[in-house]
Design a protein around this ligand. Structure first.
Ligand code: EPU
Length: 337
């Protein structure tokens, strides 16, 4: 375990922002955690990075940055209907999706190509195209920094919500996720409820019951057509959450904008932030190297050398204009440091 000082984080965040970490360590085994916790020479303020695909750095990080590189996928348990797959936190999320498809295990195919690592998947309850990871997470193992011990949270303990969990709330900064167990289906039923998947399957000429592999391929095609590849253009996926608004406000907006898309929500109506941002004229906007993706207004992009402060400033201007035009306050989905 090598603790380095003043390390550039540019390769470790998908926005490609160049800030430095005062302390940096890569972990490959769970047993290193005890040693790291006991080390009194490193800061106790910590930042755990998986794929670094949901963070915007706006300043240098005076903390211990931990790159979680714990690897491995194995079958923890199996019966006639299910396989419980245990994946270490450092496994690249899409590699896990491909593994599941190769082994004909259903449940995460709609989540193909989401950037990031397994360890971050429960953190923000990743979701796309009609599926959320909470529906297949069985348990999450993590290291508790203060209690200096491993703990296991069952699905029902994780307080999963829309892009939310206990790891962003009560256990924020208190634990490091080491592995996740996913309960996947041998006898699967694909979920093609999302309109964009149905359109894509039709374009691909798939008419009868598609396989999980076909659904994953449809999702990959949709994502590749709309979302920028972080290896080519810096971004962190959706920058904002889709807001839930009251039915009254929705109806008031609908009077002027009859085409506003909407989805049912627990209390009120969920509207796509991308649509609201596009209506305010931001789609394709660019100021220097900071911009709004031309094909999906929910995604902010760094064309090269934008600073975190520039990206943050752009997001503030967007929040203001959406508030002014629609009376809706957008909330950021990306973590800001
Ligand atoms: N829309 C616009 N203009 C835009 C973008 C979207 O009018 O610039 C409209 C679309 O036409 C569509 C609706 O908004 O009617 C929804 O768009 P889309 O299907 O692209 O999904 P989204 O609501 O913008 C959410 C997730 C994505 C996920 C997709 C697909 C959030 C914050 N984002 O986006 O997740 O891939 O659904 O399920 O919930 C992420 O979290 O990083 C992410 C990419």
């Amino acid at each position: 375990m090598l603790i380095q000082k003043n390390v550039s984080l540019k390769p470790y965040n998908s926005f490609g922002i160049d800030v430095s970490a005062s302390h940096f360590v890569e972990l490959t085994h769970e047993w290193e955690l005890e040693e790291l916790t006991a080390d009194e020479t490193v800061p106790t303020t910590r930042l755990v990075l998986g794929g670094g695909s949901n963070i915007l750095f706006t300043k240098n990080v005076a903390a211990l940055v931990i790159k979680n590189n714990m690897m491995g996928i194995e079958v923890a348990e199996e019966n006639e209907e299910h396989v419980w797959l245990q994946a270490k936190a450092g496994v690249v999320w899409h590699e896990l999706v491909l593994y599941a498809i190769d082994h004909n295990l259903g449940g995460i195919e709609n989540l193909a190509l989401i950037p990031g690592c397994v360890g971050a998947s429960p953190m923000q309850n990743i979701g796309a195209y009609g599926m959320e990871v909470k529906d297949v997470i069985d348990e999450v193992a993590c290291w508790h920094w203060e209690e200096k011990r491993m703990m296991v949270l069952r699905n029902e303990d994780c307080q999963f919500g829309y892009r939310d969990s206990i790891f962003k709330q009560g256990l924020k900064d208190k634990v490091l996720i080491t592995s996740v167990v996913f309960k996947l289906n041998k006898l699967h039923k694909v979920n093609t409820s999302y309109g964009a998947i149905q359109q894509q399957l039709a374009t691909m000429g798939v008419s009868n019951e598609p396989t999980i592999k076909t659904v994953a391929n449809a999702v990959i095609a949709i994502r590749e057509s709309k979302l920028p590849d972080p290896n080519k253009i810096g971004n962190a996926g959706s920058f904002f959450k889709n807001p839930t608004i009251s039915l009254e406000l929705f109806k008031a907006i609908q009077l002027h904008q009859p085409n506003i898309p909407a989805y049912p929500a627990n209390e009120g109506v969920k509207v796509p932030a991308g649509w609201l941002i596009e209506q305010c004229g931001w789609k394709g906007y660019r100021d220097g190297d900071a911009g709004v993706h031309a094909l999906q207004a929910l995604v902010l992009v760094n064309y090269g050398n934008a600073t975190g402060a520039e990206m943050l400033h752009l997001s503030e201007k967007i929040i203001e204009s959406v508030k002014e035009k629609f009376g809706i306050e957008l909330e950021r989905e990306v973590n800001i440091w």
